[in-house]
Ligand binder design. Structure first.
Ligand SMILES: N[C@@H](CCC(=O)N[C@@H](CS)C(=O)NCC(=O)O)C(=O)O
Length: 223
């Protein structure tokens, strides 16, 4: 049976996993998780993913959380000859990919999550100046990564590009990226947006995320 991915269309990490599956030709069955009813915190869901977040993979009884861990698992199990470029086996090349994956998980994504979750779930009326300057700082870090390579962690596409590109669709919905200050990041992001898997999976996810943010800002400011 095809591995099952618990996801929502607007989730950047779920989109990253779906793009990877598309690139390696792996069919995924998608199961929508209802954030409004807190399905992601239900006992059954938390059994699969102790963190109670989206996405979660269930590969015929093997459950795994965190998009980065899921992508690495899917590549090692189903990636075939696509694995070597997307997640190189050379120790140093892989370490650089990991560095950017951890940047995504621990810095870039967190800096959107501290705005998006309170806006969507808790009535936050607007991002603070600090939220915006933290995002701007993270764009500067991305620019530094891109000053070393043509893609975020190598001179070719790796899974780190999939993670960063999807987190960026959420980041730019909160704070636009200034093309003059961040020319390398802007050019890289434009290039990824031209890829068919981005157009099919992440672009609609980005639209849904932007709409959810716009709706939340409006609703929260009417209260
Ligand atoms: N590092 C995790 C982040 C997962 C995450 O925070 N997902 C969001 C949706 S995009 C979520 O489930 N938020 C709900 C919550 O934290 O309660 C990953 O890459 O999978």
């Amino acid at each position: 049976m095809a591995p099952l991915l618990y996801s929502i269309g607007a989730s950047p990490p779920a989109c990253a996993v779906r793009m990877l599956a598309d690139i390696i030709g792996l069919e995924l069955e998608l199961k929508n998780v209802d954030l409004r009813t807190m399905e992601h915190k239900s006992p059954d869901y938390v059994k699969l993913n102790p963190l109670g977040v989206i996405p979660t993979l269930n590969d015929n009884g093997f459950a795994l959380g965190d998009s980065h861990a899921i992508m690495i698992y899917l590549l090692s199990k189903y990636g075939g000859n696509k694995s070597e470029l997307l997640y190189p086996s050379d120790a140093q090349a892989r370490a650089v990919v990991n560095q950017v994956l951890f940047f995504d998980a621990s810095i870039l994504f967190i800096r959107i999550k501290v705005v998006a979750l309170p806006a969507i779930m808790e009535g936050l009326k607007a991002p603070t100046e600090r939220h915006l300057s933290d995002l701007e700082e993270a764009y500067g870090m991305l620019e530094q990564f891109l000053s070393k390579n043509r893609y975020v962690a190598a001179n070719h596409l790796t899974i780190a590009d999939l993670s960063i590109a999807t987190t960026m669709f959420a980041a730019v919905a909160i704070k636009e990226m200034d093309a003059e200050k961040f020319p390398l990041s802007t050019a890289w992001y434009k290039k990824i947006q031209e890829e068919p898997y981005y157009k099919e999976i992440a672009a609609p996810g980005g639209v849904a995320f932007s709409q959810a943010m716009a709706f939340s800002w409006k609703k929260n400011n009417q209260q």
